[in-house]
Design a protein around this ligand. Structure first.
Ligand SMILES: NC(=O)c1ccc[n+]([C@@H]2O[C@H](COP(=O)([O-])OP(=O)(O)OC[C@H]3O[C@@H](n4cnc5c(N)ncnc54)[C@H](OP(=O)(O)O)[C@@H]3O)[C@@H](O)[C@H]2O)c1
Length: 286
C-alpha cells in the first residue's frame, strides 16, 4: 500500500502518484495511466495545459476502480484566471475527465488574476466539485504576495523539487501553515547527472534498488508528495516500489548535501510571468 498523508482540511491523500506532463499523445497517455493503475498507483496528476485530461479520464473509466479509490488532481491554466473563466475552466476539467468531482485542483501558475481564480476555486470547493484546492509554482515571494488575500489556505503547493533543489526556505514557510509540498520533477525530469551521483549509486547497490528508487525514497522520507512520470511499464512499476526499505539518518544527510538551492525554473525571474501568461490560451479554439 502507498502511505497516505492528511491535508490541512482533513482530506487524506496518497503520498506517491503518477504524473502525465509531456504525454500529449492521448493513446500513449491512456496506456501509461492504465499501466500505473494496474501497478497500484491511485493518485494521478494531470492539468488542463497538458491537454491529456480526456485520456486520463478514459483510463479511469476503463479501470473498473471505484471513484473513491482514486485521487485525481488537475490544474487550471493562467488564461482562465478570472472568476468567471475559472468557473468554466473547472467545469471543463471535470467534463474532460468524466468525473463529478476532483480530489485536488490547483492554480497551475501564480500569475494574472490569481485572487479572482482562487475565489472561483473556493466556490467550487463549497459546491462539492473540488475536495481540496491548492497552488503551484509559488516561491516564498509569490506566496506572500497572494496567500494573505485568500480566505482558504491552500492545501498544497506543487513546486520543482528533487535532491538538487530542496526548497528549504519554502518548506519552512509551508510547514508553519500545515501546507504540503508536492514535488514536480522529482526525478529531475530524467537528469542523468542526478542518477549518476556517487552517493545515489552507492545506496542503489546497498539496497538493491535503482537510482530512481533511491531519489524517490529520499523525497518520501523528507515528507514530500511525489508523482514521477514515465511511459515505460518497467519504470512505472519500479518508481512505485519504494516502500520496503528505509534510508538511515546519515544517508538522508548525505542526500540533503546534494542541494544546490537552485532549480531549472525560477518563478520569480523577470519575464517569466509575461512569458507564461502569453504561452497559450486554452480557449483559443472556443
Ligand atoms: N505544476 C507544474 O508546473 C509541473 C511542472 C512539471 C511537472 N509537473 C507534474 O509533476 C510530474 C512529474 O514531473 P516531470 O514529469 O516533469 O518529471 P520527472 O517525473 O522528474 O521525470 C520524468 C522523466 O524521467 C524519466 N524517468 C522516469 N522514471 C525513470 C527512472 N526510474 N529512471 C530513469 N528515468 C526515469 C521519464 O522518461 P520515460 O517516460 O521515458 O520513462 C521522463 O523523461 C509531471 O508528470 C506532472 O504531473 C507539474
Amino acid at each position: 500500500m502507498v502511505p497516505t498523508t492528511k491535508l490541512n482540511n482533513g482530506v487524506v491523500m496518497p503520498q506517491l502518484g503518477f504524473g502525465v506532463f509531456q504525454v500529449p499523445d492521448l493513446n500513449e497517455c491512456e496506456a501509461a495511466v492504465t499501466a500505473a493503475l494496474k501497478a497500484g498507483y491511485r493518485l494521478i496528476d494531470t492539468a488542463t495545459a497538458y491537454q491529456n485530461e480526456t485520456a486520463v479520464g478514459r483510463a479511469i473509466q476503463k479501470s473498473g476502480l471505484r471513484r473513491d479509490e482514486l485521487f485525481v488532481t488537475s490544474k487550471l491554466w493562467v488564461s482562465e484566471f478570472t472568476y468567471e473563466r475559472a468557473k468554466q475552466g473547472i467545469d471543463a476539467s471535470l467534463q474532460r475527465l468524466g468525473v463529478d468531482y476532483l480530489d485536488l485542483y490547483l492554480l497551475h501558475q501564480p500569475y494574472g488574476d490569481v485572487p479572482g481564480a482562487w475565489q472561483a476555486m473556493e466556490a467550487a470547493q463549497k459546491a462539492g466539485k473540488l475536495k481540496s484546492i491548492g497552488v503551484s509554482n509559488m516561491t516564498p515571494t509569490l506566496w506572500q504576495k497572494f496567500v494573505p488575500q485568500f480566505e482558504t489556505i491552500p492545501a498544497v503547493n506543487q513546486v520543482e523539487f528533487n535532491p538538487y533543489f530542496q526548497q528549504q526556505p519554502l518548506r519552512q514557510l509551508l510547514a508553519a501553515q500545515d501546507v504540503k509540498l508536492e514535488a514536480w520533477a522529482p526525478l529531475g525530469q530524467g537528469n542523468q547527472a542526478l542518477f549518476k551521483e556517487p552517493i545515489i549509486q552507492q545506496l542503489a547497490i546497498k539496497y538493491h534498488k535503482d537510482a530512481g528508487q533511491i531519489i524517490l525514497r529520499f523525497e518520501h522520507q523528507e515528507g514530500v508528495i511525489v508523482f514521477p512520470k514515465s511511459v515505460h511499464s518497467a519504470r512505472i512499476k519500479s518508481n512505485r516500489d519504494i516502500f520496503d526499505f528505509e534510508l538511515t539518518s546519515t544517508e538522508m544527510a548525505q542526500l540533503r548535501a546534494l542541494d544546490t538551492g537552485k532549480g531549472h525554473h525560477d518563478p520569480d525571474a523577470p519575464g517569466v510571468s509575461e512569458q507564461l501568461l502569453h504561452a497559450f490560451d486554452v480557449h483559443a479554439d472556443d
